[in-house]
Every structure is written in C-alpha cells, then in structure tokens.
Design a protein around this ligand. Structure first.
Ligand SMILES: [Fe+2]
Length: 302
C-alpha cells in the first residue's frame, strides 16, 4: 500500500501484521535495548519530542491501526472477547500444527524480509538457542506469536496485535497515539479514569484486564504447560507501556516486578531477530518436535 493511500479495509489498515512490529522498531531502536534499566528515560523532554516525532512519521496505515485499536478496546470489549475465545473450543491441534495453521495467514508479504510466519518463529527461537538460553526459553520464542491465529478466525488486526494496555483505569500518556483514546467510550466513564480505576494499588497483573489480543489468547492455551517465566513472556510481550516505558508499576505486585525482568529479557528477541536469513525448516524440525513434546501434549485446545 502506498504511504499516501487511504486504507480500504477498515478492519485491516495494515498491509501485514509485521507493519506494527516495524513501527515498534522505529520507536525502540535496537541500541536502547541492552540497557539494564531500559524504561528509565535519560532526558524526559527529549524523549517526549522523539515520541511525537515517530507518531508524525508513522505510515497512515499504522496511524489508522492505532486509531481503531484505541477507539474499540474498551473494558466491555475485552470481557466479550474473553468470553468468546477463552473457552478454547474452536480447534484441537498440536504446536507444530498451529504453526502451520498460522502460516496460512495471507497478507501482503513483509517488505523487509519476505519470510513466512513459521520462518519468523523459527528465527526468533534459533537466536535464543544460539545465545545459550534454557530449552523452555527457546520454546517460548518458537510459540510466542501463535495467538495471531485469531486473525484466521476473522478477527480484525486491532484486536490481535498492537501494544497492550490495561482497560478499566486511566491510560498512561506513554501509550503511543494517546490522543486516540478520546474516542474510546471508557474515557467518559469516571470509574475507569482514575489512576487505579476498578483495580487497587499493587493488586497484581493477574487481576488486571489488558486490551485483548494474541498475547492473552495464547497464554490461556499454554498456561498449564510452561514455567511461570515463559508464561509472563507470552502474556506480556506486547505490554510495551510496562516493559519498555515502566508504566503501571502501581498495579503490579512483587512477583510481577520480578517476572518482568524475564519479559524484558525476551523483548530483544521478539523485536530484533527478524533478518533475511531463511531458516531451514526441514533441518530444524526434529529438534523442535522433540522440544515441543518435552512440554506439550500432542494436542491442545485452541
Ligand atoms: Fe507478538
């Protein structure tokens, strides 16, 4: 899609899901990722200025994507989607089968890489493996985006991907395109607009509803099978306002704060491992089949 074109499909302003992730890479350039305290801005004024700059520089499709996301992700919408999807009664399939299913997602090819969804997943996992991390960490890299199969159920892009944020309390002004929340009906509900909203100080993220998308969906599919660190990575990998901006600490408990170290450790693999190097799927498959069967039954409920 040309940069000046108006998106034709109001449900799918992005030409592919990768467009959202490419935008994140502009916002969080790789050199800032290695910092031990990535969410501490050095100069608040400069950070704010950069923040506005990448909003202005965003493609119209990305802007429209965030407009829809911020307009429609209400507290009630999240409850409705949880009710609709978390009974996990749509399909039964194993992890590899789910990877192949995700691979049938047809969108315009990623202009940066032209790799398939399955190849992206393998790339992420392989980089984690090269860095000598534990097997559960490699497996987490492999599966972390499988929740994107929500698109194959006909869900709009803005309800599958996008930086997640809590619903039912005030929106952090560090959330990109914050101004679009003005059109969200929740912004006119006083009970949802205090700092803690319907939650309480330190209540723990387990009790907080985030905007709906692929993270939360996959978490519920795999939650009985992986260590807590992996589950945090999966459930919160798109929660950029928390893991990159340091926001919403007041809703976290001590365990969340500890576990977010793992979410932060995972983020560079999520964001920066996409390259042109095509993984050899057939060669890698035996290793990953064995790894999958170490943690998962042959079939899961989706
Ligand atoms: Fe993701």
């Amino acid at each position: 899609m040309a940069a000046t074109e108006t998106p034709s499909n109001s449900n799918a302003p992005l030409s592919n899901l990768q467009e959202w992730e490419d935008f994140l890479k502009v916002r969080y350039p790789e050199e800032t990722a290695a910092s031990s305290k990535p969410f501490q801005a050095t100069d608040p004024n400069k950070a704010k200025e950069q923040f506005r700059n990448y909003e202005t520089g965003a493609r119209p499709s990305v802007r429209e994507f965030y407009r829809l996301n911020h307009r429609h992700q209400t507290y009630d919408f999240v409850q409705a989607k949880k009710k609709e999807f978390l009974s996990l009664s749509r399909r039964r399939m194993g992890i590899w089968e789910a990877m192949e299913f995700l691979n049938t997602l047809v969108d315009d090819s990623d202009p940066d890489t032209d790799l398939s969804q399955l190849e992206h997943l393998l790339q992420t996992a392989e980089q984690i493996r090269r860095d000598g991390h534990p097997r559960w960490f490699i497996l987490t890299g492999l599966i972390h985006d499988l929740g994107k199969i929500l698109c194959l159920y006909g869900e709009p892009q803005w309800a599958v991907v996008g930086d997640t944020f809590p619903v039912g309390c005030a929106y952090s002004d560090k959330i990109v395109f914050h101004q679009f929340f003005a059109d969200n009906p929740d912004s006119r509900e006083p009970k949802y607009q205090t700092r803690t909203g319907i939650y309480s100080e330190g209540c723990g993220l387990e009790n907080v509803h985030l905007s709906w998308g692929h993270d939360e969906y996959l978490y519920h599919v795999v939650k009985g099978h992986l260590p807590p660190e992996a589950l945090y990575m999966i459930r919160y990998h798109s929660f950029y306002p928390a893991h990159r901006e340091g926001e919403y600490q007041h809703l976290m408990n001590g365990r969340d704060k500890e576990m977010f170290e793992w979410v932060r450790a995972f983020n560079p693999y999520d964001l920066y491992t996409k390259s042109h190097e095509r993984p050899n799927v057939e060669q890698l498959r035996p290793f990953y089949n064995e790894l999958i069967s170490e943690y998962f039954p042959a079939e899961l409920r989706w």
